[in-house]
Design a protein around this ligand. Structure first.
Ligand code: PMP
Length: 395
């Protein structure tokens, strides 16, 4: 039954079914788009394309209505059912969303002697805006101390005990990542609120979790103030993303509204994408992707020339990983002798599209790169097994 369900969903990705000899294993970079999203875009552009937030004619009103409906859909999709002051702001992706929070919300609140806690080994998009915020504060004469969010080795998860010891009366902000884009693990974020206490605003980079697993901001273990994601990694068009703000700790991020012409086509695609994901079921998607990830991790972990990043050998052989070490569709590895970019080209020669470089990881520039396989609902066990056979044959 699970197989039939997956086959039916896979058949809904035109680019996937058009290329049976290729396997797209780079969904963490951006997702492929189901037909429903392509159709929603075409319908919008051929029936009601206009600008939003103004207008005295039906196309403009329809555009405005679609943007507002998408905003409501984002809240609903994120399980926001009881946050009366929450707002949603459309962006081009996670990078712009995090920058918006840094520039519009954090910078004006920082005072001399304040401290912020930020991740130094996650995606650069979740480090640079906070370093920039501290720099801008320093220019105004307010020295802000930037501290690294402590991590556990070798899994890379946040160390909530060490974190609790770092939090003090001047801790003003914490930026964290939900699912790591290199290790693929859930970063222990359900322990962050307890570690920092009730007063510290938490901003979560959910680029690799929204669209892959259920993410619910009203769940007690996800008590965050800002949640940022990339629409384009969640089946919507490139150039889409959103910031969700709870707006209960401190003033609101900014009003919802019209600051110039929004990416209406992208927003329409996001509405269709979230409808599609909801219908498919994020929990079911997570189970399918989780099964493939475990299969890949377990078997790759037994191939001697490969080292899986952020995963101790004793765990790779064990499919009953504790939740914090469970991978959500991302497995990153190196070959003992073959450089990462060569391995990427070799794999493409066999029809596999993977990411092969330093993966935008802060601090990874010196490490020589790695290969990342990232999976989504259209991927199959057969693709994983073919990939493993090729990797094994490289010896
Ligand atoms: N954060 C994480 C964890 C990511 O994986 C990515 C995408 N690689 C980003 C931020 C940046 O997202 P975007 O390209 O949508 O700006």
């Amino acid at each position: 039954e699970a197989r039939a369900w997956q086959a039916e969903l896979r058949a809904q990705f035109p680019i996937v079914t058009a290329h049976p000899d290729l396997a797209y294993l780079d969904s963490a970079a951006t997702s492929q788009k189901p037909r429903a999203v392509l159709e929603a875009v075409e319908t919008y552009l051929t029936t009601s394309n206009a600008n939003a937030g103004r207008g005295t004619y039906p196309w403009a009103n329809r555009t405005t209505e679609l943007v507002e409906r998408t905003r409501a859909r984002v809240k609903e999709f994120l399980g926001d059912t009881r946050s009366p002051h929450s707002t949603v702001h459309f962006t081009s992706g996670t990078t712009e969303g995090l920058r918006m929070i840094a520039r519009d919300w954090l910078v004006p609140r920082l005072r001399d002697g304040d401290e912020i806690l930020v991740p130094f080994a996650d995606h650069r998009a979740n480090l640079d805006p906070w370093l920039e915020a501290a720099r801008l504060s320093a220019e105004r004469g307010a020295e802000v101390r930037v501290r690294a969010l402590p991590r556990q080795e070798p899994s890379g998860d946040y160390d909530h005990r060490a974190l609790a010891a770092l939090v003090g009366p001047r801790t003003r902000f914490l930026a964290a990542t939900h699912v790591h884009h290199v290790f693929g693990g859930d970063m222990n974020v359900h322990r962050l609120r307890a570690a920092v206490g009730p007063g510290v605003p938490i901003c979560l980079d959910a680029a690799q979790s929204v669209g892959h697993l259920p993410v619910r901001v009203d769940a007690p273990d996800l008590d965050v103030d800002f949640l940022v994601f990339s629409g384009h990694k969640a089946m919507a068009l490139p150039g889409t993303g959103a910031v969700w703000a709870r707006n209960t700790r401190g003033p609101a991020l900014r009003p919802e509204g019209w600051q110039g012409t929004p990416n209406t086509v992208g927003i329409v695609s996001l509405l269709a994408a979230l409808d599609w994901l909801q219908e498919a079921g994020p929990a079911r998607i997570a189970r399918h992707v989780g099964r493939l990830t475990t299969r890949l991790t377990d078997r790759l972990g037994r191939l001697a020339p490969y080292e899986i990043l952020g995963c101790p050998a004793s765990l790779t052989a064990d499919s009953r990983l504790p939740p914090a070490q469970r991978r959500h569709g991302i497995v990153t590895f190196r070959h003992r002798d073959i450089p990462a970019d060569d391995l990427g080209f070799i794999l493409y020669g066999h029809g596999f599209m993977v990411r092969a470089d330093t993966l935008c990881q802060a601090g990874a520039e010196k490490d020589g790169g790695s290969v990342r396989v990232s999976l989504h609902v259209h991927n199959t066990e057969e693709e994983v097994d073919r990939l493993l056979a090729v990797l094994d044959s490289l010896g």
